[in-house]
Design a protein around this ligand. Structure first.
Ligand code: ATP
Ligand code: SKM
Length: 164
């Protein structure tokens, strides 16, 4: 979700894992040579979503990478096939915390629909491999540590041990 801390926590996680960090929003802005707010205004959301899928499909083949995505990436079924190339993390931040973080921010075109977007998207976010609830002050370093701690359990549940 926008404002959840994907960039902040993602960068910390990449540092802790010694992985590279890539942000799909930043990549789209670099390719389109304009800010996302302008892309929404001039070309519309459907155009943005098409770019987003193409960027994700290219990035999903990268190994040893933390990829921070736009909060709406989970809304397209096609995107899930790319997301599943890695482990998907949902930063499940309380609505009140999100509202506070985004109150002063004019750079997220859909921020005024925060509450309804979260409600419609919640079940999609919940399909993540790792769900990290954030309902109080917790530092990006502590969130990153929690995610790393959970990885072996997730992998264990996904790996099928063959019969001898
Ligand atoms: N764990 C945290 N504790 C306190 N503030 C945080 C935390 N994580 C992020 N923030 C702050 O919340 C704001 C939004 O964070 P960030 O830009 O990382 O979110 P995002 O999920 O990447 O947003 P978007 O997808 O809309 O770009 C920033 O001002 C950031 O400093
Ligand atoms: O939640 C969303 O749909 C979005 C979040 C941002 O990161 C951007 O990807 C864009 O503003 C759309």
């Amino acid at each position: 979700m926008m404002g959840a801390g994907k960039t902040t926590v993602g960068k910390q996680l990449a540092k802790d894992l010694n992985y590279r960090f890539i942000d799909t929003d930043e990549t789209i802005e670099a390719i389109a040579k304009q800010p996302i707010t302008d892309i929404f205004q001039t070309e519309g959301e459907v155009y943005f979503r098409e770019l987003e899928t193409q960027v994700l499909s290219q990035l999903s083949v990268y190994a040893r990478s933390v990829i921070s995505t736009g909060g709406g990436i989970i809304t397209k079924q096609t995107n899930w096939s790319y997301l599943r190339d890695g482990l998907v993390v949902w930063l499940d931040v309380d609505l009140e915390i999100l509202k506070k973080r985004l109150a002063q921010d004019q750079t997220r075109p859909l921020a005024d629909k925060l509450e309804s977007l979260l409600e419609t998207r919640r079940s999609l976010y919940a399909q993540a491999d790792i769900v990290t609830p954030i309902n109080s002050d917790i530092s990006p370093a502590d969130i990153s540590a929690k995610i790393i701690e959970t990885i072996p359990t997730v992998l264990k549940s996904q790996v099928k041990i063959p019969n001898n």
